[in-house]
Design a protein around this ligand. Structure first.
Ligand code: HEC
Length: 302
């Protein structure tokens, strides 16, 4: 088994005894790994824009620098490599790493990828909830399925090459007919829900849309990649029980208030809280920061 980690490493695990081999070289978060069909190599991609092909018997990896931070990778049965970027593009590379074509799959960052087992179709899920189904031979986007509750964090084809599964922040798995784009089953209407629906027209809630993929406003919602912001103001940094904060955050001495949250996004997490695993993002306008911190005061107080 292989794992990609935001600690910048790739690890290969023996399923027999749990022994691990650590592959180092990426300079930023590693977001995707995939074995090649011959089982001899592992491909990894990261925020550092690098695609690395590691031989499992050792030696120096092949490193290819691409034009966008990379979020996902998959390898087709014939060895072709496909990677999805933060620019919404899929990039196709030959098995040795030579680049061939690019396809614009959507407007939002691609966060998950899958290739059907017959190698004909690629599914690429975007941060905004659109899942593009691409014909691999013609490199054309055949259709885009729209998941009602973005983001979709993972996609997979069933062995019939026609049924696509998507799953995401809402904790549901949805089934789709990838050839027609139609949902299968009835879960679709039943679970569609915008966590910010109650705040329609609130400017601060619109600013918070940039956060909603990773943070909930209520302790009752299933945990996302970041800690819940319920009860944020007055809380010491990295003190929420049950969430695994980075060690860097645990050593800091900050109490969350409208002022400190505003500072966090004025300077950016990497500057205000160096070593954080929250991705770098800034809110340039003081007015937007004020709207956000006012919104958090209303939406996160218990
Ligand atoms: C892609 C995911 C992601 C996005 C988007 C994101 N965060 Fe975070 N955030 C995290 C993670 C992960 C942590 C924990 C960091 C750590 O432990 O190093 C975190 C930590 C925080 C903390 C510190 C919480 C605590 O209890 O100490 C605050 C405050 C915060 N985020 C606010 C926001 C706000 C406001 C936004 C939107 C403007 C936002 N985040 C966007 C992932 C994200």
């Amino acid at each position: 088994m292989a794992s990609a980690s935001w600690d910048h490493t790739v690890r290969i695990w023996s399923l027999g005894d749990g022994a691990q081999q650590v592959l180092e070289g990426h300079s930023q978060n590693v977001n995707g790994v995939a074995f090649t069909p011959d089982g001899r190599s592992l491909v990894s991609v990261g925020y550092d824009r690098e695609l690395r092909i590691w031989s499992l018997v050792g030696g120096t990896p092949t490193v290819i620098m691409l034009a966008s931070p990379l979020n996902a990778v998959a390898v087709a049965p014939d060895g072709e490599i496909v990677t999805g970027g933060a620019d919404g593009k899929l990039r196709f590379l030959m098995s040795a790493g030579q680049q061939s074509t690019e396809v614009q799959a959507g407007r939002t960052p691609i966060v998950a990828l899958a290739i059907s087992s017959d190698g004909t179709s690629v599914a690429a899920a975007g941060m905004g909830g659109g899942v593009a189904v691409i014909d691999r031979k013609s490199r054309s986007v055949e259709r885009t399925l729209v998941d009602p509750d973005p983001p979709v964090w993972s996609v997979a084809f069933l062995a019939d090459n026609a049924t696509l599964l998507t799953s995401g922040a809402d904790g549901k798995i949805r089934r789709w007919n990838a050839r027609t784009g139609d949902p299968i089953g009835s879960s679709l209407q039943a679970t569609s829900r915008d966590p910010l629906a109650a705040y329609a027209g609130d400017h601060g809630a619109e600013v918070f849309r940039a956060c909603v993929a990773c943070h909930t406003l209520s302790e009752n919602d299933a945990q996302r990649a970041g800690p819940t912001l319920a009860g944020l103001y007055g809380r010491r940094i990295a003190s929420l029980p049950g969430y695994r904060f980075s060690d860097a955050l645990k050593r800091m001495d900050i109490v969350w208030t409208p002022e400190t949250v505003s500072k966090l996004f004025e300077l950016g997490p990497n500057t205000y809280t160096p070593g954080t695993k929250m991705p770098e993002q800034r809110i340039g306008s003081a007015e937007d920061r004020k709207a956000l911190t006012d919104f958090l005061a209303r939406a996160t107080s218990k």
